[in-house]
Design a protein around this ligand. Structure first.
Ligand code: MSP
Length: 533
């Protein structure tokens, strides 16, 4: 799945705009980390990237949360939204735009878009009867609810009965156009299991959905009828458009859509697939705007095998997790351990074991033992060897020559776990190679040239592994790169993509004896298992 705009070499991607009814939870961190990794990899490929994130601040759920805290909705949103931005910085997420749906410019975009859809005759007044889950901000079919009208996604929350006049969007009109879209662009919804879910839903026949609420103040008034407030999802999806406005541009659709539209990829969780894969393209079709390149719906995180939720009291607080562990560790675990697209689990013992095994033992030790040997046997200098001196049959060179292409495909398919596995196979082969070659014996036997070739090969493998892992563990990769004598910091995303493009740094054999090794230090400190209380 390569969604880059080939003509402009641009790539715009979004995370969901997170509800601010509470501080961010680990699910929001998960999507945002993944989006950041995709963005970083695209930058290394030399593409211009725009990573959009932000907060969704209107609607009943937020109004009620603010009330329960005794704050005005705006004050409450300001405080919560800042919490998201601060978590993103703690997790080293480099976003380009942070859109808040209470931004004044967003109102102008929503009004203009509403007008376009209105002019198509796609909005009408009707009567909405049904069960509404405020936590989902969504009407539910009776059959979707649990006994007593509790919501399956929020089992401690009862859906509320509504019977009110609402404005409706004529979704049914777009049934065949949507079906044609899914047919002609099979990649539009990823992964395949999610696509099938959507196809089944659409097959049942699409019904118009209500896009306004009465008895709700916290939101934009419906243009021309201020008794109604726009439904939070109608306004939220348009946040992706408002986010595209340059800082000083007048808030018009033309300005917003000028450079980066259409968005290449929307990354979301599976619970909000219908909004992104059905409602959103239909709204855009109505406004006669080009459609996004694709939507990827990832799975849900569980904790110790159980669904995470406030009612179960087992939520995983990302701030608390970050206090205990480095950003790289958190980023690595979620992307390496969970197949993106499937549900996955967080278990702290597993977390510690994976990090110790992969980052401390396999990667950290490989660099450490090789640097020590370079110091002892090569006077602390990178051996004067070039790729051509190493036989094609050398197992590390053999893996290294193919690795970048393999990893590139994995990143492009959002198969982060496969990218990590492929990279780690080089690292593990590096440890095995040292054990087998035993440079300490070769040195004693006076085989200096072979020692140098072995050590060069291993150092170069560590470099390539660090480079290809840099979208996921930018701090560790920078540390390794600096120890190998490069002046590159992968957290300065714009400069690293220029200084270390994939076309050069993705090639096996880049390391040169002209570089001076930096000071050796451990790149990842082993984590001790928590003391059982
Ligand atoms: N505000 C809407 C999105 C509007 S986008 C225009 C919203 N916000 S949310 O904060 O409730 O959810 C944001 C994301 O978090 C969703 O993609 C959702 O799938 C994800 N997750 C919520 N709980 C999750 C887990 N336990 N695990 C993984 N992701 C989860 O929906």
């Amino acid at each position: 799945m390569n969604l880059v705009d080939r003509k402009k070499n641009t790539f715009a991607l979004t995370t969901p705009l997170y509800y601010v009814n509470d501080l961010p939870h680990i699910g929001s961190a998960y999507t945002t980390i993944a989006a950041d990794v995709v963005a970083r990899f695209q930058r290394l490929q030399g593409n211009s990237v725009l990573l959009i994130t932000g907060t969704d601040e209107h609607g009943q759920k937020i109004q009620r949360s603010a009330q329960s805290q005794g704050e005005s909705p705006q004050e409450f949103c300001d405080r919560m939204s800042a919490g998201f931005a601060s978590l993103w910085s703690l997790l080293d997420i480099k976003y380009d735009r942070f859109i808040r749906t209470t931004d004044g410019r967003h109102h102008a975009i929503v009004k203009e878009f509403f007008q376009r859809v209105w002019d198509q005759g796609d909005i009408y007044l009707g009567q909405q009867k049904g069960w509404y889950c405020v936590s989902c901000e969504e009407f539910k079919e009776e059959r979707e609810l649990l006994e007593g009208h509790y919501c399956p996604l929020h089992p401690n929350k009862q859906a509320e009965w509504r019977d009110e006049e609402n404005y409706f969007f004529r979704l049914s009109k777009y049934q065949s156009q949507l079906e044609a879209l899914y047919q002609s662009q099979p990649d539009f919804i990823q992964p395949a299991s999610r696509r099938n879910e959507v196809l089944k839903f659409v097959e049942q026949g699409l019904q118009d959905f209500s896009i306004s609420r009465v008895n709700l103040d916290w939101g934009f008034p419906v243009p021309g009828d201020s008794k109604h407030t726009l439904y939070v999802w109608f306004d939220a999806l348009l946040g992706y458009v408002t986010a595209l406005l340059e800082e000083d541009a007048e808030p018009t659709l033309d300005n917003a859509l000028a450079q980066w539209w259409p968005i290449n990829l929307h990354l979301i969780g599976k619970d909000i697939l219908r909004f992104h894969a059905v409602y959103w393209p239909a709204m855009l079709m109505s406004a006669e705007l080009p459609l996004p390149g694709g939507v990827f719906g990832h799975g849900f995180l569980t904790k110790d095998g159980q669904k995470m939720g406030k009612s179960l009291g087992n939520t995983l607080d990302p701030f608390a997790l970050r206090e205990r562990y480095d950003a790289d560790a958190i980023r690595y675990y979620f992307l390496k351990e969970i197949e993106f697209g499937k549900d996955g689990d967080f278990n702290e013992i597993r977390f510690i074991n994976v990090l110790n095994a992969d980052l401390a033992n396999d990667l950290g030790n490989l660099l450490n033992r090789t640097s020590n040997m370079v110091k002892k046997y090569c006077g602390g200098k990178i051996p004067q060897v070039v790729s051509q001196d190493i036989s094609i049959e050398n197992p590390l060179k053999f893996i290294g020559l193919e690795l970048t292409e393999k990893v590139k495909i994995a990143y492009e398919n959002l198969a982060f776990n496969q990218a990590c596995e492929a990279i780690l196979s080089l690292v593990r082969a590096g440890n095995k190679f040292i054990d087998e070659q035993a440079p300490w014996s070769l040195y004693k036997q006076g085989q200096q040239e072979t020692v140098e070739k072995v050590l060069y090969t291993v150092l170069e493998s560590v470099r390539l592994a660090a480079y290809l892992l840099s979208p996921i563990i930018p701090n560790i990769s920078s540390d390794i790169y600096q120890q190998l004598g490069f002046d590159i910091n992968f957290n300065e995303s714009s400069s690293s993509s220029i200084k270390a493009p994939l076309s050069i740094h993705g090639k096996w054999g880049l390391l040169s004896h002209e570089q001076t090794l930096g000071k050796a230090r451990p790149i990842f400190k082993r984590i001790d298992p928590p003391q059982s209380s």
